[in-house]
Design a protein around this ligand. Structure first.
Ligand SMILES: Nc1ncnc2c1ncn2[C@@H]1O[C@H](COP(=O)(O)OP(=O)(O)O)[C@@H](O)[C@H]1O
Ligand SMILES: [Mg+2]
Length: 250
């Protein structure tokens, strides 16, 4: 079975950034281990952060079948077709694969896509050592249960009270929904010395602080250019902080 790392948090806190840098750490320190990156955010941009162009998303495959149902071979079920094409669409980059959910049109489609994604992750979990899931902002993905089991849930927040309150709501919801989260850890991003003033609030969350990632100008610059973080140099403060977080948490 794979070790699943899910990343949640308010929008713009740095989930995709953390996902990309966790994958970079896994590739560096766990050479030869298979890694699946999952972009479960309808506003997909993990591909960019990883310096790739994603293949067909799950949604694109479903849409293509809806438009051209004659693609189904005799006796082939819709589910089988979709699964086959998704396996085919996994982008194989050096040392890891990328699976993208895509954006469903209309609210009714979400459940279907989500069930497919969850079943697929379940199946794929037998073939990968690590699965890293970059989730959408907010909490809907938790109630839709993108993943059945999370070995590690990183909840990302900025160093504001509002951010920490969002982190708390995410944590509470995982408990209400009785999601299987073996370990949840807080990550403070774009944060500095001010975090020491938040000690009481962080303690009140009841989960440990995995680490603090500083505001990093180089990283922000790459983001502005094209979002590709794969060229982030090894002296990046954010990269060093994420490496340390991974060493302590994974
Ligand atoms: N430590 C950091 N230092 C500087 N900029 C950062 C840092 N972390 C994230 N960012 C920037 O903040 C923005 C939001 O980050 P992103 O990872 O896309 O957040 P999310 O996926 O949670 O919406 C991006 O422009 C990203 O480059
Ligand atoms: Mg994101």
């Amino acid at each position: 079975m794979s070790y699943t790392i899910a990343i949640s948090g308010k929008g713009g806190t740095g989930k995709t950034t953390l996902a990309a840098l966790v994958i970079r750490w896994l590739r560096k320190t766990h050479k030869g281990k298979s890694i699946l990156a999952v972009d479960a955010d309808p506003n997909a941009n993990l591909d960019q952060a990883l310096g790739l162009k994603s293949g067909n998303s799950i949604v694109a495959i479903i849409d293509s079948l809806a438009k051209n149902p004659e693609q189904l071979k005799a006796g082939e079920t819709k589910e089988r077709f979709i699964e086959y094409h998704i396996q085919d669409s996994l982008v194989e980059a050096g040392g890891f694969d990328l699976l993208t959910m895509g954006r469903p049109e209309g609210p009714g489609c979400y459940c279907y896509v989500n069930n497919l994604l969850r079943n697929l992750i379940d199946k794929l979990s037998k073939s990968y050592s690590y699965i890293v899931i970059d989730n959408e902002a907010g909490m809907e993905h938790l109630s839709r249960r993108t993943t059945r089991i999370m070995d590690l849930l990183f909840i990302v927040s900025d160093s504001s009270l509002v951010g920490l309150r969002s982190a708390k709501r995410i944590l509470d919801l995982t408990r209400e929904l009785e999601l299987v989260v073996k370990d949840a850890k807080l990550v403070l991003n774009k944060a500095g010395d001010e975090t020491s003033q938040l000690k009481a609030e962080i303690e009140a969350l009841g989960i440990s602080l995995a680490g603090v990632i500083p505001e990093d100008k180089k990283l922000a610059g790459l983001s502005r250019e094209n979002g590709d973080l794969s060229s982030l140099s090894t002296d990046s403060q954010a990269l060093k902080a994420v490496d340390k977080i991974c060493e302590g948490a994974i």
